[in-house]
Write a protein that binds this ligand. Sequence first.
Ligand SMILES: N[C@@H](CCC(=O)N[C@@H](CS)C(=O)NCC(=O)O)C(=O)O
Length: 299
Amino acid sequence: MTIVLHHYETSPFSEVLRLALGVKNADYWSVIIPPVAPKPLLTPLTGGYRKTPVLQIDAEIYCDTAIAIAAIELLPGPGLFPPPLGAAHTFIAAQAGGPMFFPAVGAALGKVAAGIPDAFWADRAALFGLSREVVETRFPHNAAQFAAGMARLEATLADGRAFVGGEAVGYGDLALYMLAWFQRRFDPAAPILEPFQRVAAWEARVRAIGHGNPHTTDGQEAIALAHGATPDLTEIVEWNSGFSAGQTVTVATEDPGATPVAGTLLRLSDTEIVIRRDDPDAGTVAVHFPRLGQVLRAA
Ligand SMILES: N[C@@H](CCC(=O)N[C@@H](CS)C(=O)NCC(=O)O)C(=O)O
């Protein structure tokens, strides 16, 4: 079994998976993908999903951290959903990757937006509606929202717990950590985090986990890996879902500029959508999406 992380250094969601692979002390291939579309060596694997990161295990392709985390959780090593929170870590991660995410991005980028190339902003404006102008004009609001979120985290840690759920690190910590980590990408001192000293100590504990054991490789190798492997083509579609196994479908994120991915439906449940794609370069692959946050349509 070969694990591949398709990511780029400055991607906050990638940091979540790098740390999750660190928790598991996993060996994995690291493939650096472009931060903007097009992504010609990723598309054969995903069928058009272009967000970052993507996790690959042989011919299984996991689009979105929410579903990649479930695959990483199956690896040997400490669990990512430790008690007492258990599965409730997913709610914390959804808060960090949902309502808290764009304020954190805005807080980090608001003052440096002018120095970021036009091509980046054109890409993010088309995908998320996030232009340089929006980021610059909303900076005070985003900074206030981000600080309010960090104040919640500071309050959570006020009883002396090491991590949000107690003494063991969990998925919720990794997802919250990416928000603080992103501030420090642009200014290691991150004045916006200065009032939150418990958060700073918690950040050091999360950072100490590290990224496991990445081995640098490239997109061609990852495509060849998929081509040489056979995905799990089991068909299980919930009978009352309105969809059936083998049906041609598209899956798209809820982003304004999302690219729908087409394939035939293998599995559908409340947690996961899995489609089969037959790609000229990558061969037959099973592409996994979380059910939450994806638009599934009959094609
Ligand atoms: N819900 C997705 C969000 C991923 C996401 O928005 N990633 C950002 C980068 S951290 C992205 O895709 N930006 C556009 C790109 O990389 O092409 C997940 O959890 O993986």
